[in-house]
Design a protein around this ligand. Structure first.
Ligand SMILES: NC(=O)c1ccc[n+]([C@@H]2O[C@H](COP(=O)([O-])OP(=O)(O)OC[C@H]3O[C@@H](n4cnc5c(N)ncnc54)[C@H](OP(=O)(O)O)[C@@H]3O)[C@@H](O)[C@H]2O)c1
Length: 209
């Protein structure tokens, strides 16, 4: 599978490195492919990864959005035609001081992304944990649960497979409107990690019996 990643920072870089290590072809869609940070990332990610533009990323089978919330709409615009694409949205619309959600709780970033990229099959995923867990979601004999939501079942299947490739336990949380719950859950993870002092090596696990 070819995976185009728009935003090659903490989240995009970690996801892309993980997938490249699992044999996927990864293209980081970046504003400056010659930047030293991009060269370092490509060195870490290995031969299955390369860098190009956002439109190059948009030509891949699956497109991943890993941009700061306030840059997300312009990043989508810079990607050009995304119609029909599986679009994995990792963003979180958080207020800069982490006091709440930048767009309230009666819509979600996932739904906004779907409006900004009409005709795409958006899945909200990889937003409810820190990027360190994206590099290693294994906790002893447990795996970090990766909740995802969206309105297209085959796109959700793709998201689940890509989460599983990284070692997550993927769990379908329902339609895209459920992003209204998954995005505040990200804020809870951040609050526990940073404000409550639990640190970055924490992860949510859904239990079954
Ligand atoms: N950090 C986490 O643990 C974590 C976990 C889950 C979800 N998230 C969410 O994931 C998203 C990315 O977070 P991050 O921590 O990876 O951020 P980051 O490290 O700051 O990386 C953001 C990336 O987006 C790029 N970018 C900025 N503006 C852009 C634009 N207009 N067009 C294209 N690319 C642009 C930046 O490129 P330049 O280098 O060119 O500026 C950078 O590569 C955020 O929405 C965040 O809330 C973060």
């Amino acid at each position: 599978m070819t995976i185009g990643i728009i935003g090659a920072g903490s989240v995009g870089g970690t996801l892309g490195t993980g997938w490249a290590g699992k044999g996927h072809s990864v293209l980081f869609g970046v504003r400056d492919p010659s930047a030293s940070s991009v060269k370092e990332l490509l060195g870490r990610a290995g031969a299955s990864a390369k860098a190009g533009s956002a439109t190059d990323a948009a030509a891949c089978d699956v497109v991943v959005l890993a941009t700061p919330w306030d840059a997300t709409q312009s990043a989508i615009q810079s990607a050009g035609d995304l119609k029909g694409k599986v679009l994995l949205d990792c963003t979180n619309p958080l207020l800069p001081d982490l006091s709440g959600m930048a767009i309230g709780t009666t819509t979600s970033g996932g739904e906004k992304v779907s409006e900004w990229a009409p005709g795409t099959r958006v899945v909200k995923v990889f937003n409810t944990t820190g990027f360190g867990n994206m590099a290693n979601p294994i906790y002893g004999t447990d795996r970090n649960t990766m909740l995802y939501c969206g309105d297209d079942s085959s796109a959700k299947q793709t998201a689940a497979e890509l989460a599983g490739d990284l070692g997550f336990d993927p769990v379908d949380a329902g339609p895209l409107t459920q992003a209204r719950l998954l995005e505040p859950l990200a804020l809870l993870w951040i609050t526990l990690a940073l404000k409550q002092g639990l640190g970055l090596n924490i992860a949510f696990k859904l239990m079954h019996r």
